[in-house]
Design a protein around this ligand. Structure first.
Ligand code: ATP
Length: 368
C-alpha cells in the first residue's frame, strides 16, 4: 500500500509568498498522478513537500494513513527523480545507482542484485562502468530512474524528468515510463507543464494555477469536462476556441450569438443554459470539432454553420490548421489536409455543437 493524501496543504515561503493554497487530493496506491500547470503554479513546491524537501506551512500530509509532516525525507520511503538527474559525475553508473543503498548499509550482494535487475529493466546494463559524462541525455535519465528503482520505494516522485530530452526521445521515454509504471506496480507522482505528457501517462491529473488546484480528474474528464475556462484552454492542442457571446431565445430554441456568429444550442443543453438567456457567456469549441463544410461527410445541420475569412492556412502534414476570422474573433479549425481553403477567401465552417462548452463570463466556471 502506498497512498498519499494531501489535506488542506499550504506553502508560504519565508518571504511571504503563498505558493500552494489549500491543496486537497489523494493519490491512490499504484496510481500514476500528474501535477500539471504552467510555470510557477506551485507543482514543484507540492512535490517537494511530499518528498520532505520543503517544509509544509499548513495542513496534513499522510502516507499510508500516517501523518508525515515532520518525518525526514530519508524516512519517508520515497524516491525522487530530479529534472537535472543529479548524478554524481565522478561515479560510474553502477556506483550512482548503488549509492543510496550503500548509505543505507544494504549487503553488497543485495546491492549488486538490485542494481543489475534495474539496469536490465532500463536497458542500461552495458553502461554500468561508464561515468555520466559518457552518456547521452536519455541514458542519464535512465540512470536517474534506475537509482530510484533500486530503492524499491513506496512512492516515486518525478520532477519534469523529460524536459531536457529532445522531442523524439521524449516521446519514447514517455511510453517507457508508462510501461515501467505497470511493471513496478508503483505509486507515481509526476510533475510536468506539458499537457501531452500528462494526458498520455496519467491515471489522474491535478491541474494547478497560481497555487490553486483547478481540477482533479482522469485525462478523459479534463479534456471532455473541463471545470473552467483555464483548464479548457490548457488541455488540448491547439487550444480550445473561445468566443465572447450571448445566449438568446430565437427560432426554435436557444442560440449562441456574437458578431457574425450564430449557432443553435442542441436541445439537450437548453436546460443548463436557461439561467443565461440574454446574458454574456464564453462559448468554447475545440479546433478538432470545427469542420470545413465542403469536406464534411456526415449529416449537415444548417443551424451549426458559420462563415468567416481564412486568415492563415497551416499545413501540418496529417492535418491542416485554418485560422479563420469570424466577425472579428479568430477561430482555429483542425481540418483534413485535402482542404481547398485559401488565405483571404471566405469559408463555411460546420461546428459539432454537441461538443460545445460554455463558461460563465465572470467566474469562468463551466456551465456545460
Ligand atoms: P516550474 O514549472 O517553473 O518549475 P512550478 O509550478 O513547479 O514551476 P514552483 O517551483 O512550485 O512552480 O514555484 C511556485 C511559486 O513559488 C513560483 O512563483 C516561485 O517563484 C515561488 N517560489 C519557489 N521557491 C521559492 C522560494 N524559496 N521563496 C519564495 N518563493 C518561491
Amino acid at each position: 500500500m502506498a497512498q498519499v493524501v494531501l489535506e488542506n496543504i499550504d506553502k508560504i515561503y519565508p518571504n511571504g509568498f503563498h505558493a500552494v493554497k489549500q491543496a486537497n487530493f489523494t493519490i491512490e496506491d499504484k496510481e500514476f498522478c500528474v501535477l500539471l500547470g504552467p510555470s510557477g503554479c506551485g507543482k514543484t513546491t507540492t512535490l517537494r513537500m511530499i518528498a520532505g524537501l520543503e517544509e509544509i506551512s499548513g495542513g496534513r500530509l499522510l502516507i499510508d494513513g500516517k501523518v508525515v509532516n515532520d518525518v525526514e525525507p530519508k524516512d519517508r520511503d520515497i524516491a525522487f527523480v530530479f529534472q537535472n538527474y543529479a548524478l554524481y559525475p565522478h561515479m560510474t553508473v553502477y556506483d550512482n545507482m548503488a549509492f543510496g543503498l550503500k548509505l543505507r548499509k544494504f549487503p553488497k550482494d543485495e546491492i549488486d542484485r538490485r542494481v543489475k535487475d534495474a539496469a536490465k529493466i532500463l536497458d542500461i546494463a552495458h553502461l554500468l562502468d561508464r561515468k555520466p559524462k559518457q552518456l547521452s541525455g536519455g541514458q542519464r535519465q535512465r540512470v536517474a530512474v534506475g537509482r530510484a528503482i533500486v530503492r524499491d520505494p513506496k512512492v516515486f516522485l518525478f520532477d519534469e524528468p523529460l524536459s531536457n530530452l529532445d522531442a523524439k526521445l521524449r516521446v519514447q521515454m514517455r511510453s517507457e515510463l508508462k510501461k515501467l509504471h505497470h511493471r513496478l506496480n508503483a505509486t507515481i507522482v509526476y510533475v510536468t507543464h506539458d499537457q501531452v505528457e500528462a494526458m498520455t501517462m496519467a491515471d489522474k491529473i491535478v491541474i494547478m494555477k497560481d497555487g490553486v488546484i483547478q481540477q482533479i480528474g482522469s485525462p478523459h474528464e479534463v479534456y471532455f469536462k473541463p471545470a473552467n475556462k483555464f483548464v479548457a484552454g490548457f488541455i488540448g492542442t491547439p487550444p480550445m476556441n473561445f468566443i465572447e457571446s450571448k445566449i438568446i431565445r430565437g427560432d426554435g430554441g436557444l442560440w449562441v450569438t456574437a458578431e457574425g456568429f450564430k449557432v443553435k444550442v442542441p436541445k439537450d443543453y437548453e436546460d443548463m443554459l436557461a439561467d443565461y438567456i440574454d446574458k454574456d457567456v464564453v462559448f468554447g469549441i475545440r479546433p478538432e470539432n470545427i469542420h470545413d463544410k465542403e469536406l464534411f461527410k456526415g449529416e449537415i445541420e444548417g443551424d451549426a454553420i458559420i462563415k468567416g475569412i481564412v486568415d492563415v492556412v497551416e499545413p501540418l502534414g496529417s492535418e491542416t490548421l485554418l485560422h479563420v476570422n469570424v466577425g472579428g474573433q479568430s477561430l482555429v479549425a483542425k481540418v483534413d489536409p485535402i482542404t481547398k481553403a485559401k488565405e483571404g477567401q471566405e469559408i463555411e465552417l460546420l461546428l459539432e455543437m454537441h461538443t460545445m462548452h460554455a463558461f460563465d463570463k465572470e467566474t469562468e466556471k463551466a456551465i456545460l
